[in-house]
Design a binder for this molecule. Structure first.
Ligand SMILES: [Zn+2]
Length: 138
């Protein structure tokens, strides 16, 4: 009775290919520290950037410090401009309220900012909301 080794060790790469890596785009063998491929347009920096192409919710919320910018960042250009346009009457209203209430009304603008940030966080596709029920008059 003979024993067969079915789990033979994997084929070792040729010593000449040590320190090399295939190009992730075209598979061309490149030096391991290559910064770009000479066969295609692959570059090392391109792979470390956001390859998924999806907008970050956190960045959108941060950008919403300026109302609408977070939406535009996510591709909701129309919604972003609507939020920006809404910020103008909201800002005027808050300014008047602040004058009338000796500065207390400034806090009202934070409600608008919070609403913008929550909305910028919630949206993650390019569907523009049908209505903006802000209760504001233009
Ligand atoms: Zn390549």
């Amino acid at each position: 009775m003979s024993v067969e080794y079915t789990d033979a060790p994997a084929i070792q790469p040729a010593s000449g290919e040590a320190g090399k890596m295939p190009c992730p785009y075209c598979g061309h063998l490149l030096p391991k520290d290559a910064q770009s491929c000479d066969r295609c347009d692959w570059t090392r920096s391109a792979t470390t950037e956001t390859a998924e192409g999806k907008a970050s919710d956190a960045v959108a919320v941060l950008l919403s410090i300026i109302p609408g910018l977070g939406h535009i960042y996510k591709g909701h250009k129309l919604a972003g401009f609507l939020w920006m346009a809404g910020a103008v009457p909201a800002g005027i209203f808050v300014l008047l309220a602040a004058i009338a209430s000796a500065g207390f009304g400034i806090g009202l603008f934070f409600f608008y900012l919070i609403a913008v940030m929550l909305h910028a966080y919630a949206v993650d596709d390019r569907v523009v909301p049908p209505t903006l029920d802000e209760g504001e008059e233009y």
